[in-house]
Ligand binder design. Structure first.
Ligand SMILES: *Cc1c(COP(=O)(O)O)cnc(C)c1O
Length: 377
């Protein structure tokens, strides 16, 4: 079969056609008022985000990575602190822990959801003092990741955190719009981080992110850290911070995208259902827990024949991606932590078998049928 025009992994152009008039109007307004830093669109977006997620405070910032860094700084995370997280995630999660000279302590994932496994978490916390390598560390916090758009098991994780006096920072970079027991991602832990990187479910036209919390004291500290630790006025500093602001132009773009976001989430969920119904016999399709909904940041499947399947799809102009080919515990930046292959068997079993299919709200049934037919064949 001759291959036609290559398919998009994520089609951002179809979305742009849907919002173009509103988008241009909002961008023109920013150009007219000229408040490019922390302008009115930033405040409007923060109000909309807080309402959408169902929390008291939404603090926009420059990226999902800074949305992780800022709360860690607010909690005073530093040398000697152990922060528990998954090795099967994007590097930013563990990277920000280590950037502050704290120690990421990896915990393996659940084999069905690929999210932090609560039993393994409890074991890692109680086992910390028993291992010579980690005995001197103070357990301080947990960063669960809502992988591929599905929230982790927060009832169990928050209960474990309370028992051990730890904070929980939800990495909701992939799950903005998802739900867990009727609550939205971003509202599932004491503080949460999301990303507006273009390929995320709610993506801008550049970098961006947001932090969510109900706690007034934390929110105040994080707003200060976002702007160089500023205090009561502009050139008075209360603490060390960063330049972590979201651009006004980016906020205007996100407002236009937020207006159609709920419809887009429904379209993603419909596309995921079609994939799963058609592919159940061919590959291991994603599992979504009863109490959860996913926003399908990625539609990821497992197959022992991954490389063959990817090659066949590629020959027909269909792109795929691998999230994540190598777990973090065996990556160079974490080598000094002393982990070895075999330490996290589930993550290590996923890495060579997982791959993601094209997924976005504008994926047509015809394109999906083409993908499914190639995989079944
Ligand atoms: C994308 C992502 C981040 C980082 O977000 P950026 O906006 O790219 O900085 C952090 N954690 C996870 C799980 C992500 O997928």
């Amino acid at each position: 079969m001759p291959s036609q025009k290559p398919m998009d992994f994520i089609d951002l152009k179809a979305q742009q056609r849907a919002i173009l008039p509103d988008l241009m109007e909002r961008i023109k307004r920013v150009l007219a008022h000229g408040q490019y830093i922390l302008g009115p669109e930033v405040k409007e977006l923060e109000a909309r985000l807080a309402e959408y997620v169902g929390v008291k405070h939404a603090i926009s910032c420059s990226s999902g990575t800074d949305a992780l860094l800022i709360p860690l700084m607010a909690y005073g995370v530093g040398p000697g602190d152990a922060i528990f997280t998954t090795p099967f995630t994007f590097i930013a999660t563990a990277e920000m822990i280590q950037l502050l000279r704290a120690t990421p302590v990896f915990v393996d994932v659940d084999p069905r959801t690929f999210n932090l496994a609560p039993d393994a978490l409890e074991e890692a916390i109680t086992g910390l003092s028993k291992h010579p390598r980690t005995a001197s560390l103070q357990p301080k916090g947990i960063i669960p990741v809502d992988l591929f758009g599905q929230p982790a098991d927060y009832d169990r994780i928050n209960a474990i955190a309370r028992r051990h006096g730890l904070f929980v920072l939800e990495d909701a970079a992939q799950s903005f719009g998802a739900t867990y027991k009727g609550k939205r991602a971003g509202a599932l832990a004491e503080v949460a981080a999301t990303s507006f990187f273009p390929a995320k479910p709610l993506g801008g036209y550049g970098d961006g992110g947001a932090i969510f919390t109900d706690r007034d004291d934390l929110a105040g500290m994080m707003r200060s850290i976002r702007v160089h630790g500023e205090g009561t006025d502009r050139y008075h500093y209360a603490r060390l911070g960063i330049n972590g602001r979201l651009d006004t132009l980016q906020a205007a773009i996100l407002l236009a995208k937020l207006a159609i976001f709920d419809e887009e989430v429904k379209a993603r969920q419909a596309a995921a259902q079609r994939y799963s119904a058609a592919l159940r016999e061919v590959v291991q399709v994603p599992y979504v827990g009863q109490d959860c909904s996913s926003v399908w940041a990625q539609y990821s499947v497992l197959s022992e024949q991954r490389d063959d399947l990817q090659r066949k799809l590629k020959e027909q102009g269909i792109p795929t991606a691998i999230y994540y080919p190598i777990p973090l515990h065996v990556q160079a930046p974490f080598a000094h932590l002393g982990y070895a292959p075999g330490d996290f068997p589930i993550s290590e079993r996923l890495a060579p078998a997982i791959f993601s299919l094209p997924m976005h709200p504008y994926l047509t049934e015809a394109d999906q049928k083409k993908i499914v037919d190639i995989l079944i064949d």
